[in-house]
Design a protein around this ligand. Sequence first.
Ligand code: AMP
Length: 486
Amino acid sequence: MQTLTTHPFDDDHFKEECGVFGIFGHPEAAAHAALGLHALQHRGQESAGIVSYDGIQFHAHRGLGQVGENFSSQATMQSLVGAMAIGHVRYATTGDTTLRNVQPLFADFEFGGLAICHNGNLTNSYGIRRELVRRGSLFQSTTDTEVIVHLIATSLRATVVDRMIDALHRVEGAYSLVAMSSKELVGVRDPLGVRPLVLGRLGTTWILTSETCAFDIIGAEFVRDVEPGEMVVINEAGIRSIFPFARPPKRFCVFEYIYFARPDSIVEGTSVYEARKRIGAELARESHVDADLVIPVPDSGVPASIGYAAAAGIPFELGIIRNHYVGRTFIEPSDHIRHLGVKLKHNANRAMIEGKRVILVDDSIVRGTTSTKIVEMVRQAGAREVHMRISSPPTTNSCFYGIDTPERERLLASRFDVAGMAKFIGADSLAFISIDGLYRAMGHDGRNASQPQFCDACFTGEYPTTLADYDAAGTPAQLSLLAEIA
Ligand code: AMP
C-alpha cells in the first residue's frame, strides 16, 4: 500500500510495507485475525485494523500504532463480531500517518459492503486517480489502494469478483490483496507475484495471509502459496481458484528473503531462515577474510552470520546486543534522530570484542547510518580490525513495489563504489554478496534470463513493470499533479 498525496511535505514518505490477513468460517474470526496480525507485526508497525462481518453487518476497528495497542481491550474484540474478518498492519517511515489511511479500507457499493487490504505498491495509480477524480470520484484516503476501490465501484460488471477482476486489469505494480464482501473472502496476487500471499486452513476455516508465521500462531496448517496472478474466492460453497490475468514469468521480491519476511516463515516453498544461512555461506565463500569472530548485527543479520561463520570456520559470537524495547531505526523522523536511534538499539559486548579481528554481518546497507554507527561502536569496544560483510548486493535503486527505501540519491551505494562505501562507514574492509552469489544461494545457477528470476530491481535497476507514476529520477508523479492543479 502506498500513500498518494498532494501534500508537498509528504513527498519523502510515499512507500510503505504491509501485512494482510483474512479468515472465513470461524466463530472467533476477529480474535484470530488479531493473533495473525501480531505474527505479522514486523511487516507494519504504524497502524493496524480489522473489519469483521457477522452475517448482517460489518464491524471495524482501526488505529494508529501496533496491534497490541489497538486490539487488547475486551470491548474492542467483542465489538468485532462475526465468522469472517480481514486485518492489516501497515508500516511507513513518517509523514502521512493519518487515520483515514489505515486499512482495511471499507466502502458501500451497489452490491453491498466491501473491505479491502493491500500489501504492495501500485505503479500507475496516480494517473488512474486523476482520471477518476475528473469523473467525480471523491477519495477518502490518500492511498493507492483506494484507486482499486473506486475502480470496483465504477466497474459495470455484475459480481464482486468480476468487478475486482475488472479493476485489477487497470492497475500495474505489486499487490497481494485480501478483500471481504458480505458473501466471500477473496485473495489475489499480482501477475508477477512480487509480494507473498499464502493459503491455510484450520479445520473447516480458511485463512489467507502474507506469511506462514501467521498460521503457526493460530495453529493453522499451511496449504499452499496463492499463485502469481491467481484469485482465490472462498464462500459457503467452498473455495475456487481463478486465473484472470496474463501470466508473465514470476518475479517474487528477493528482499523478502534477505530482510523483510520473518525467518520462521516458509516463503514460496523455501524457509526464510535457511535461505539467509545459505546467503551467509555464499558470502563467506565470495569474500573470505582472516578474522577471530563473526558477529551479527542483530536481529536481521543473525541467520546470515550463522551461515557465514560455519562456511568460514570462524567462531560465531553475539558481539552486539540489541535492546528489544525500542522501535526500528527506520521509523525515526530525521537523520539526526535516526543516528541516535542506532545507539539506542545496539550496544557492543566489550568482553567478546576487545583485541579481536571481527567480521560484522548485516543484511543491507541503505543510507549507511546503521553500519557507520556499528563499526564505530565496535572499534570503541576495542576491536583490532572491523570487516563488514553484507548479505545483499549493494542497494543502488529505490523500490517501487512496497519496500521502504529512500530516494535513489540517498542510497549509499548510488553515491559510492564499494571502496568508497567502506571508507564512509569506517570499516577495514567491506564486501557485499554478488547478485550471482545471491541467486546461487537461492538454488539458481546464477542470475540468468533462462531461469526464473526474482524482482531484484533494488540491486539491478531492472524493474519488472513500467513505472508510470514516477519520472526518470524516481520522483513520484504527484509533483506534476500539483503543477496541474496550480
Ligand atoms: P541504513 O542504516 O540506512 O544503512 O539501513 C540499513 C539497516 O536498516 C540494516 O541494518 C537493515 O537491517 C535495515 N533495513 C534495511 N531495509 C529496511 C527497510 N526497508 N525497512 C526497515 N529497515 C531496513
